[in-house]
Design a binder for this molecule. Structure first.
Ligand code: DX5
Ligand code: ZN
Length: 221
């Protein structure tokens, strides 16, 4: 299990400090990049990723919610992204975009919005290290988990198992200690959480709560 706190719900004026609050207990730091075109919100670009890269030991899990990702994957790789995830809906040739990500040396992820079926992934499995199943519509933190995505996570898990490849299955949106057991049982192994980690209380304790919740949902043998 990997826990990836999302900085979208952190204090953007103190990102290094916020990253440090989860640095000892999280596995990845999730960075939401939004452009005001693909999603109706705007966040950060490569300079902020570069600054975070210089200030945290956590690998950066960069979630590109931007139009024309091909034009920017090189910039994010240079900025220090470990994983670059592009949306299947954001590019007409996602196969080519994933090849471009791999060419940078970063790990390649593909994300699908709630309305996009799992079958969309069938012919790109050999190019991805991570599949991100959105469990809310992308653009904002603090939204309600969409329960219908559990079936899609199970479908993706079956596709990944059949492929024989070691592909991470990440979920993003409305992840809490209540929804974690559901997504873990469905097959997710990377949990993104913004509001649950940074929305109140001690971020480190919140990460530990998520991890306990995830582990309790796994079969004991
Ligand atoms: C939403 C972002 C998420 C966001 C999740 O478009 O991709 O990473 O931070 O926020 P929560 O965990 O608050 O639903
Ligand atoms: Zn995200």
């Amino acid at each position: 299990m990997k826990i990836a706190p999302s900085i979208l719900s952190a204090d953007f004026a103190h990102l290094a400090d916020e990253a440090a609050r989860v640095g000892e207990c999280a596995d990845l730091l999730h960075v939401d990049v939004m452009d005001g075109h693909f999603v109706p919100n705007i966040t950060v670009g490569p300079p902020v990723v570069a600054s975070l890269h210089a200030s945290t030991r956590l690998p950066l899990d960069v979630h590109l919610m931007i139009a024309d990702p091909d034009a920017y994957v090189g910039n994010f790789a240079e900025a220090g992204a470990s994983i670059i995830t592009v949306h299947a809906e954001a590019t007409p040739h996602v196969h080519r975009t994933l090849q471009a990500v791999r060419a940078t040396g970063a790990r390649a992820g593909v994300a699908i919005c709630p309305a996009t079926p799992a079958t969309h992934l069938e012919h790109i499995l050999d190019l991805v290290d991570l599949i991100l199943v959105m469990t809310v519509n992308p653009g904002f933190g603090g939204q309600e988990f969409i329960g219908g995505m559990l079936r899609k996570i199970s479908q993706v898990k079956a596709m990944v198992d059949q492929s024989g490849r070691a592909i991470d299955i990440e979920v993003d949106g409305g992840i809490s200690d209540a929804t974690t057991p559901l997504v873990v049982k469905a097959g997710a192994n990377v949990l993104v959480a913004g509001n649950f980690v940074f929305g109140g209380g001690d971020p480190r304790a919140n990460v530990e709560r998520l991890r306990e919740s995830a582990l309790s949902a796994l079969p004991s043998c």
